[in-house]
Design a protein around this ligand. Structure first.
Ligand SMILES: *[C@@H]1O[C@H](CO)[C@@H](O)[C@H](O)[C@H]1NC(C)=O
Ligand SMILES: *[C@@H]1O[C@H](CO)[C@@H](O)[C@H](O)[C@H]1NC(C)=O
Ligand SMILES: *[C@@H]1O[C@H](CO)[C@@H](O)[C@H](O)[C@H]1NC(C)=O
Ligand SMILES: *[C@@H]1O[C@H](CO)[C@@H](O)[C@H](O)[C@H]1NC(C)=O
Ligand SMILES: *[C@@H]1O[C@H](CO)[C@@H](O)[C@H](O)[C@H]1NC(C)=O
Ligand SMILES: *[C@@H]1O[C@H](CO)[C@@H](O)[C@H](O)[C@H]1NC(C)=O
Ligand SMILES: *[C@@H]1O[C@H](CO)[C@@H](O)[C@H](O)[C@H]1NC(C)=O
Ligand SMILES: *[C@@H]1O[C@H](CO)[C@@H](O)[C@H](O)[C@H]1NC(C)=O
Ligand SMILES: *[C@@H]1O[C@H](CO)[C@@H](O)[C@H](O)[C@H]1NC(C)=O
Length: 315
């Protein structure tokens, strides 16, 4: 009788132990510094190698992701959910990721909407959400990601930009290339206005940028190429940038204020592929030539690089 009871206890605890030792999804894991993947099948035994890995790629046939508990991999740095046909991520799904996680990549899926409560408070540094057919993102979706430095939203279907990034004090790179954004409102980057930003809006449908859109202290690089801008008023706030790319838009001249005060301050400006009008181009060439002479004489002035359209001007 007693023996039976002991055996029963042993059996129960064994099941309980097994229960905590498995994981619900298939995944590929990597030993640190190795590119050789190892396959873990869902609900099989978790090996010591997997426990120690720093990089994993999840796989699941579930389209909707509701909970991923990876606390059993305490050194995890890189987590990928790329190309696994996800269509929805439930708020709270990432509540149990190890704090060591640096890179989170969720790309090549089909996720039309990103809700608030999925990414908030995660301590990742790099977040790649490209190629997901994303159409809408809640403004607060990325708030309070205190270690986030880079967010990539390239190749999605966003038609407006109103992300807040409140409490993302380290954010310095936002990339939203190849989307359908038409306008940028004032004070876009209010929450990160003390940071030196690199922002990329190349290959959108921008036709209007509020003159105070980029009203922050400092920009490193600003990419607005391959859009539909007809004016370059945005430059007035970008004179201190290292590099501004306005190539392949519909700009016919630069704002007067910028011609007079900005042209000698901005470090690199690309205007290739714009229909600059003749008087404007003439004026610009003259000023650029003057700049170059000025650079030769003054060792303090460096790297001023204005690239003008190669073709003839528009009469
Ligand atoms: C991985 O490589 C880096 C740099 O090559 C090295 O510093 C680190 O100790 C290596 N880690 C392991 C676990 O081998
Ligand atoms: C993911 O799992 C599906 C089946 O659920 C399989 O067809 C596919 O090949 C797996 N992908 C990877 C990258 O292992
Ligand atoms: C995504 O997965 C599909 C099969 O599941 C594969 O054919 C395709 O090459 C993958 N795409 C990339 C970019 O890895
Ligand atoms: C995270 O991604 C960034 C950008 O792609 C890369 O430079 C960095 O090495 C990655 N970190 C790790 C730990 O793989
Ligand atoms: C993030 O953290 C803040 C402050 O701790 C908390 O108020 C908020 O509910 C958290 N948000 C989510 C989505 O967990
Ligand atoms: C983001 O993900 C896409 C698709 O997987 C990839 O092509 C791109 O290189 C990634 N970007 C960065 C900065 O890692
Ligand atoms: C600006 O964009 C054009 C087209 O994308 C590219 O060819 C060029 O290298 C970029 N220039 C700079 C200064 O980044
Ligand atoms: C060129 O553009 C400037 C600024 O928009 C304008 O003042 C000027 O009249 C234009 N010149 C021609 C010839 O169209
Ligand atoms: C100026 O910019 C153009 C176009 O981006 C580039 O090809 C060229 O190398 C740059 N020149 C210098 C001196 O940096």
């Amino acid at each position: 009788m007693i023996l039976k009871y002991v055996f029963f206890l042993f059996f129960v605890s064994k099941i309980a132990a097994i229960d905590t030792e498995v994981f619900e999804f298939d995944l590929l894991w990597y030993e640190s510094n190795s590119t050789q993947p190892y396959l873990y099948k869902a609900r099989s035994e978790i090996t010591e190698g997997l426990r120690k890995s720093e990089k994993i790629q999840l796989n699941t046939s579930l389209e909707s992701l509701s909970a991923v508990d990876l606390t059993f991999i305490p050194e995890l740095k890189v987590l990928s959910l790329d190309n696994i046909s996800l269509t929805y991520i439930k708020p709270g799904a990432f509540n149990n990721l190890p704090k060591t996680l640096q890179n989170l990549s969720i790309t090549l899926n089909k996720i039309p909407q990103l809700d608030e409560g999925v990414f908030n408070n995660l301590t990742v540094r790099f977040l790649n959400l490209s190629h997901n057919q994303i159409r809408t993102i809640k403004s607060e979706a990325f708030d309070n990601m205190k270690d986030l430095t880079t967010i990539i939203l390239d190749h999605n279907e966003l038609s407006q930009y109103d992300l807040k990034f409140a409490g993302c004090q380290k954010l310095n790179h936002i990339s939203i290339k190849n989307n359908f954004i038409e306008q940028l409102p004032a004070n876009l980057f209010a929450a990160v206005s003390d940071n030196v930003m690199m922002v990329e809006f190349s290959y959108n449908k921008l036709n209007k940028i509020h003159k105070l859109a980029f009203d922050i202290k400092e920009f490193k690089e600003v990419y607005l190429d391959h859009n539909e801008l007809t004016d370059a008023v945005v430059l007035i706030k970008l004179v201190k940038a290292d590099k501004v790319n306005l190539s392949h838009n519909n700009i016919n001249c630069l704002p007067k204020e910028f011609m007079e005060n900005g042209l000698s301050k901005i470090k690199a400006l690309n205007l290739i592929g714009n229909p600059l009008n003749c008087s404007c181009l003439h004026d610009l060439r003259k000023k650029v030539r003057k700049n170059i002479e000025f650079q030769k004489m003054s060792p303090l002035v460096k790297n001023i690089n204005i690239t003008l359209p190669e073709k003839d001007c528009v009469k």
